[in-house]
Design a binder for this molecule. Sequence first.
Ligand SMILES: [Zn+2]
Length: 275
Amino acid sequence: MAEEQPLSKVVNDAARVIAGSNYVVALVGAGISVESGIPPFRGPGGLWTKHGEPPMDGYQRFLADPATWWAERLADSDSLSGLLQATESRKPNPAHHALAEMERTGLLQHVITQNIDNLHQEAGSRAVTEIHGNRLKLRCIACGACFAVEEFRVDEIPPRCPHCRGIVKTDIVMFGEPIPADALQSCEYHTRLCDCMLLVGTSAVVYPAAEFPIIALQQGASLVEVNPMETPLSELCRATLRAPAGEALPLLVERLREMKNERREERREESDGER
Ligand SMILES: [Zn+2]
């Protein structure tokens, strides 16, 4: 492993890679949400570590008897919003805001997230693909139409799609459930376009996210990593910010802003010189 470099030096390296790229895609994992107080599924303190992993065939069980699945979910609450997980009070953290700021200033073209917590959107990100769905949505398994949990009226169990009468489930991708085709296509599309992939709080070892950095590398894109822990991808990265995303990404955004101002200053001097 390379010797640890001071964060400011690596931030500068990362900012240069990003500023020199045309199409930057961020691949985001659970690490960013942990900083907002949302426990991860796996690892120490993880929900599944504590409560046991959900059945690996969760989707097949749902398909076999969606009415019972829904009846169980709705038994504890009088409305669908009871389904919303215990993440309701969570707020986006400085890392989410930094990514949204990068999008606004044209430095980030797309976010591919493995998280379901909607915190990117709450921070202001618009170009977001969610690999594992969104906890605030429901989805028709027949036509793929999505509905806001808050607005959906359950008139029957299992609930049916108002467009095609297909069975409706939560948008969150279950174990054994294929990643929705449109999400997968969007990830592949943006990965093909990118010349820089920013890996934030993900070790990218779980399919399908694991594929995207490899495809990006194969087409000559640079990888930049933000992760307090070393990952299998670390040594393939042009720059690695070994810090929590909430700390590293705001520094990166600040450095990018400085670089933009420096370039503006240089251009002004050049045009002054020409006069
Ligand atoms: Zn439908």
